[in-house]
Design a protein around this ligand. Structure first.
Ligand code: ATP
Ligand code: MG
Length: 814
């Protein structure tokens, strides 16, 4: 067709063009980092729209973060003169929320249901455990939360879980009680958004068929990190099982990179790719092998590293860009020195190389590493921004404020009730609360409703709190969101409370930010794309008579414009069509309260980066949070055994491979410059750890690197595997490859010395038996460093494998 000459297709390479203009049907695009997967997805949507193959309402695209969704929408509106606001582009959670709001009745939820983020969920679980006298020692609430989330990710309700023992039966029982509690309170957690939406599609044929018919084009980015339930959800949208085989008339395009699968610990299944190909009978598979992001020194490093993984689907990446700068590697003596070095490099990048600060990212494996980096940047006066630490909507004062707002909408939200009933302090003690909870439990009602049953002084105080909420609700009727929040901040006593607090000024500023956030939410976002809710009777909207009939499936002719077919027996205006003004029901004029829309926005955005456009600040984030992003210059901090790869992941091979994929993701974020850093000592969780540099450094090609500090004989190839396979004993708990040295720091306080070939003076050699006065006899697996820096890796039969500093450990040769 002539469509190949559309301007939006300019600049695509052959494979990309093929992927963008694929004929309808299912397809898998499997390609490495920076090969243009996300770009292909966005361009395909634009192409489908521009050539009339789809209407905005006929497209559903899943992105990994809200930020990615926004970016996609921005790019689309730049490419096409269309209003993209109503398009179904978002995260799994965002899209499920949207669906549940539109069909809340069928999903058995109140229209104003509130979303619990991870923190809220934990408080809800804690409350439950307390109510049912669960012993926190034998079942920590966090563990129960993990269990519940895990079940939901697998699509399992309590009745579906096969308990293997008493302990698990108890968990299942609590899972059931937790569900009842959430249902009673009208709240859903993140897992529930997904599961409820999946069940809605599975169990309600008219709704399922409506969406199946509507979304002719389903596109999924970062498919390698979808979990079981997300895959099943997509399957419901795409088609039905007919006589044992899966039939689908839509076109599902999944885009992913098995080497970037980094969420297995949260239930992601790379296996979804194979399942997809098999179950959807995918005929079209496209590989993209040209990398457009990075210079070849960076790309070669990434390729060499990931080649150490065994279970790969196999693909290559090349670049036409030159080698660029070498990858710089630095070894510091302390974590503070590491941070200092980074700050110096960052300053020179900004000053001499004219790199924008916002184009510089510092990535780390663990959140705990950010503090020292922040301190150093702060002291040096370098603006920075931390992603994924304590995000705005997760801060205590914001949570308190949101809890008051939630109670205005839904007084039966017990989590919010508990959070603020005595905050600011109102003299409502723990005993009163116990009494109230017992009363609520006995009556099977919410805390709010149980207040009247509490007698005496305690009861009076509780009633005063309830009255405060009720009066505030009354008074804010008909007010704008901004006025509502401002009034709440005063009436609740929050502002007054923080004014008396020593460090309350920051918190008051943040509460001011909340007003700003609400304001811009209302004006710019038009209530936010995720907050869509059209109160309508779905049965009617679905056109009950005949709604169960399957719409006539239309084959898509790639050369003919295809428009969405309207749902049978339903007037178009009654459809929950988000292509229209979203907050208003076209039939009744009803709208969802901006407050509910804002609260939803707050819950869904909580887990996301909050980039401030235009701010020229260095970007600090975990490697996990950096997925899909790119920067001119990238620093990777803390390349040490036990930290990256992380000790928790070292107990099995799968864990190590996931760590390596994480490192692959980190490296491939860099466009022009990459800096790698390791530190000999690091203060973590209050103790100084003596580190061995990460095996990942030794897996990179020598030619691409430039060592800024003398290179130690390091965690050599042979040693790496030795230490790994011997990690079975105490190595995991003790932190494999690291050693807690509470002793004096002075021994590390000098420049590292390169390894000498000469015979070490201490007489400790690989293979000999040594004696340690705490661990007993053990075998030396490795030795490195000289003088005070000398260290040995020793395997002790009863204590596992440890790295020991020879100047401190006082080993004797047996
Ligand atoms: P990741 O796996 O990290 O998510 P990706 O495969 O999604 O990466 P993109 O982010 O889509 O890759 O693209 C990487 C970079 O390369 C982007 O800056 C993109 O604009 C650019 N790019 C992609 N294709 C081309 C092309 N044909 N010509 C020029 N630049 C391109
Ligand atoms: Mg991408």
């Amino acid at each position: 067709s002539g469509s190949a000459h559309l301007p939006l297709l300019n600049g695509l390479n052959e494979e990309q063009l093929a992927a963008v203009t694929l004929p309808a049907g299912h397809a898998l695009i499997l390609a490495g980092a920076g090969s243009g997967k996300t770009r292909v997805l966005t361009t395909r949507i634009a192409w489908l729209l521009q050539t009339g193959r789809a209407t905005p309402g006929g497209i559903l695209a899943v992105t990994f973060t809200n930020k990615a969704a926004k970016e996609m929408l921005t790019r689309l509106s730049a490419m096409l003169p269309i209003n993209v606001r109503g398009m179904w582009i978002g995260t799994f959670h965002g899209l499920c929320n949207r669906m549940l709001r539109a069909h809340h009745k069928s999903a058995n939820l109140p229209q104003t249901f509130q979303i619990l983020d991870t923190q809220d969920q934990l408080s809800a679980v804690k409350r439950l455990c307390k109510q049912f006298n669960v012993d926190e020692e034998s079942l920590p609430p966090k563990q129960l939360q993990y269990f519940i989330s895990g079940c939901k990710e697998e699509g399992l309700r309590p009745a579906d879980v096969q308990a293997r023992d008493m302990a698990e039966r108890k968990k299942v029982e609590l899972y059931q009680l937790y569900e009842e509690q959430c249902q009673r309170e009208g709240v859903v957690d993140f897992g529930e958004l997904m599961l409820r939406s999946y069940e809605l599609l599975r169990d309600n044929a008219p709704i399922r068929q409506h969406y199946q018919h509507r979304f002719r084009h389903i596109l999924v980015d970062e498919f390698q990190d979808t979990n079981r339930l997300q895959y099943l959800w997509l399957k419901q949208l795409a088609g039905d099982m007919v006589g044992g085989s899966f039939q689908s008339s839509s076109s599902v395009i999944a885009v992913g990179d098995d080497d970037q699968s980094i969420y297995a610990f949260r239930g992601a299944r790379v296996g979804n790719m194979q399942d997809f190909v098999r179950e959807f009978d995918v005929r079209q598979q496209i590989k993209l092998e040209q990398n457009y992001r990075s210079y070849s020194n960076i790309l070669d490093s990434a390729n060499a590293l990931i080649s150490h993984n065994s279970h790969r689907l196999g693909k290559n990446l090349r670049t036409d860009q030159g080698p660029g700068e070498p990858v710089r590697v630095s070894e510091s003596v302390t974590d503070l020195a590491e941070a200092q070095w980074m700050v110096d490099e960052i300053k020179s990048l900004v000053k001499s190389d004219d790199v924008a600060r916002s184009e510089i990212a510092v990535l780390y494996r663990s959140n705990a590493q950010s503090r020292i980096l922040e301190t150093s940047l702060f002291n040096a006066g370098v603006p920075y921004r931390v992603y994924g630490g304590l995000r705005f909507f997760e801060r205590a004062e914001i949570k308190h404020a949101l809890a008051y707002l939630r109670l205005l909408e839904n007084p039966h939200d017990d989590t919010s009730f508990m959070r603020v009933v005595n905050f600011p302090p109102r003299g409502i003690g723990a005993r009163t609360m116990e009494q109230l909870q017992e009363g609520a439990q006995a009556a099977g009602c919410s805390l709010y409703d149980a207040v009247t049953a509490v007698a005496g002084k305690a009861g009076t105080k509780l009633q005063a709190f309830v009255a405060l909420i009720d009066v505030l609700r009354e008074e804010t009727q008909g007010k704008t969101l901004r006025q509502t929040i401002e009034q709440m901040l005063q009436a609740s006593g929050l502002i007054e409370h923080y004014q008396t607090e020593k460090e309350g000024a920051d918190r008051i500023d943040n509460l001011g930010e909340l007003v700003t956030a609400a304001e811009s939410f209302v004006t710019q976002e038009g209530f936010g794309k995720d907050a869509v809710a059209i109160p309508l009777d779905e049965q009617e909207a679905m056109g009950v008579p005949g709604a169960g009939q399957s719409p006539v499936s239309q084959g898509l002719n790639p050369d003919a414009p295809v428009l969405d077919t309207p749902l049978p027996n339903a007037s178009p205006s009654a459809l929950p069509d988000v292509g229209n003004a979203q907050m208003i029901n076209p039939d009744t004029g009803e709208t969802l309260s901006p407050l509910v829309a804002f609260l939803t926005h707050a819950a869904l955005e909580a887990g996301d980066n909050q980039a401030q456009a235009g701010q020229d600040a260095v970007q600090l984030m975990t490697v996990h949070a950096s997925k899909g992003l790119e920067f001119d210059a990238v620093f990777i901090a803390g390349l040490e055994e036990g930290l990256f790869p992380h000790e928790n992941a070292m107990s099995d091979m799968g864990g190590l491979e996931e760590e390596r994929r994480l490192m692959y993701v980190a490296i491939t974020r860099a466009r022009k410059r990459l800096y790698l850093s390791t530190s000999q000592t690091r203060m973590l969780h209050g103790t100084t750890r003596y580190n061995v540099r990460s095996r990942f450094l030794d897996e990179l090609p020598e030619e691409a690197l430039k060592w800024l500090t003398p290179r130690h004989s390091g965690f050599g190839s042979g040693m790496g595997s030795l230490a790994f396979s011997s990690g079975a004993g105490g190595a995991r708990g003790a932190g494999a490859g690291s050693w807690n040295a509470e002793s004096s720091m002075s021994m590390w306080g000098k420049t590292p010395v390169p390894a000498q070939k000469a015979e070490p003076a201490h007489g400790i050699k690989v293979g000999i038996q040594v004696f340690h006065n705490k661990f007993g006899e053990g075998k030396v697996l490795a030795v490195e460093g000289t003088g005070d820096d000398a260290r040995a890796q020793v395997h002790f039969p009863r204590h596992g494998t440890k790295w020991l500093a020879l100047s401190v450990a006082k080993l004797t040769v047996v």
